[in-house]
Design a protein around this ligand. Sequence first.
Ligand SMILES: [Zn+2]
Length: 208
Amino acid sequence: MINKEREEYNKKNREYYHRNSKRINRKRREYYLKNNEEAKRKRREHYFKNNEEIRMRKNQYYYKNKKRFNEYSKKWYQKNRDKILEKQKKYYLENRDRILEYNRKNKEIISKKISLNNLRIKKLVLGHYSNGKLKCVRCGFSDIRALSIDHINGGGTLHRKQIRGRGSMMYRWLIKNNFPKGYMTLCMNCNIIKRFTNHENIKFINDD
Ligand SMILES: [Zn+2]
């Protein structure tokens, strides 16, 4: 179908749904309860068959409506913050032993997940501060292991102390603050050369 036709078709569908939502949902529920296992199996099958496409569509939808989603969830969180925190705390206390046991048993998987997530975050931030290239902006070096974020005007050590951490905390801070200006992706070589030429080296030696 051509895009326009598809839009029209979707619009009609939506309108139809809104007009008849109660009836449709009741029917769906009835059908689901009657054919519970069958429906589950079908859905699973459908998902596995079209896994890639479904995920891609979900991603696209998310990015298209990202701002709206984020605003909504932020508002929701602020409104329900106390309730959420209390619930989390209660859940933790009630299931403390089970959680600790689970963490002990899955130590390796968990730390692998954490480091994968940190890598993802690092890539996102370093990519942003190198115009999407994931390279040192001075020399083009691209091994992510030796890339890091540089404060264009210096003062990195102090800032790292303020946000109580380096590495992943720094990357998280940058994301949280909507990628502020004044940073760039540099490799270790260029980083150190810059520090020496800007006389940031004195601070560098003392603080690290
Ligand atoms: Zn470099």
